[in-house]
Design a protein around this ligand. Structure first.
Ligand code: F6P
Ligand code: MN
Length: 327
């Protein structure tokens, strides 16, 4: 049996990284316990505030954010923290060498209905040790990430992590409260017949995305010549987990629903960490055309269209977009 602590000691020759990952995953144990208590912990419902994205915060969003923030502020290696729930990044320890970004509770509309939610995290290097970190220190492309992962609070709590060139998964053992290694080298098939999209936005998509979904729905009777199946968890963390387990394509594409949003998902603490995991498992992640990990951010809360998963399917979507743009 390999615990997370054993794994980190033997695989990451970066003590600061080990320490920060341990802090985040320890908080994950607390969040997991709070979620298990559900209504009994009096944590459900609105907190009465809105976050920087103009969305209502749930009590547990705020709680998860505060727990991560407090724990990371005490970690000597953490130079600063950026979160979906904070307008600006918060400086932590100026001598730290790492910056941590997180979505404390992804898919929070799932909390009140007892469905899967998760914590997504991304760790970047800090270049200005000795000085207080600022928003601009975080604006690094996803290809600079030193580690990324998520905790999925589902029927069991699972940690997916990448610190080397592959992806590993751990399950939180409820008896010992330890993360135990369950998968050492997660790989996604190149082809798939399963896709995830919120199709209620169809009329707001660009023509190539509409064409793509039309083709999938036509199935055997259309140009793809085979049937496809939809699965939609409504929490990115759940959809990405399914893809790491059995392949598939997930997209939250560009839409014109809100002129200020290039896509719903956030580049730095949703798309980037998930893209690193997906690529290292042999999949691909784009904004429909360009590799997500190469996008240089200009805002910590920047949004981006996302197409990720089985690489041949992601390439097919890109092809449709490129052909369309050529016309
Ligand atoms: O964090 C944003 C998010 O909750 C994702 O986890 C999820 O994939 C998406 O939004 C769901 O969006 P919608 O409510 O539009 O289906
Ligand atoms: Mn989210």
């Amino acid at each position: 049996m390999t615990t997370l602590a054993n794994y980190l000691n033997t695989h990451a020759n970066h003590p600061a990284l080990n320490d920060v990952i341990t802090t985040v995953t320890d908080v994950g144990k607390t969040i997991s316990q709070l979620l298990r208590k559900g209504a009994l912990a009096d944590i459900l419902g609105e907190a009465g505030n809105q976050n920087v994205q103009g969305e209502d915060q749930k009590k547990l969003d705020v709680l998860a954010n505060d727990l991560l923030l407090d724990a990371l502020a005490k970690n000597a290696h953490c130079a600063g923290v950026a979160s979906e729930e904070l307008d600006d990044a918060t400086p932590a320890n100026p001598d730290g060498s790492l910056l941590v970004l997180f979505d404390p509770l992804d898919g929070s509309s799932n909390i009140d209905i007892n469905m899967a939610v998760g914590t997504i995290f991304s760790i970047l290097p800090y270049q200005r040790q000795g000085q207080n970190s600022e928003n601009s220190d975080f604006l690094q492309a996803g290809n600079q990430q030193l580690a990324a992962g998520y905790l999925l609070y589902g029927t069991s709590t699972v940690l997916a992590l990448t610190i080397t060139d592959n992806v590993v998964m751990f399950s939180l053992d409820p008896d010992t409260n330890e993360y135990v290694l369950i998968e050492e080298n997660v790989q996604i098939d190149a082809d798939t017949s399963e896709y995830a999209i919120n199709a209620s936005n169809y009329r707001y998509w660009r023509a190539p995305m509409q064409q793509y979904i039309d083709e999938l729905i036509a199935g055997k009777t259309g140009v793809r010549g085979r049937d496809f199946n939809t699965r939609w968890v409504a929490a990115m963390v759940g959809d990405v987990h399914r893809i790491l387990c059995r392949g598939g394509l997930f997209t939250y594409p560009f839409d014109t629903k809100d002129a200020n949003k290039a896509g719903k998902l956030r580049l730095m603490y949703e798309a980037n960490p998930m893209s690193l995991l997906i690529e290292r498992a042999g999949g691909a992640a784009t904004d429909a055309v360009n590799r997500i990990l190469d996008i240089v951010p200009n805002d910590i809360h920047q949004r981006v269209p996302v197409v990720l998963g089985s690489r041949n399917e992601v390439a097919y979507v890109k092809d449709l977009h490129v052909k369309h743009a050529d016309k």
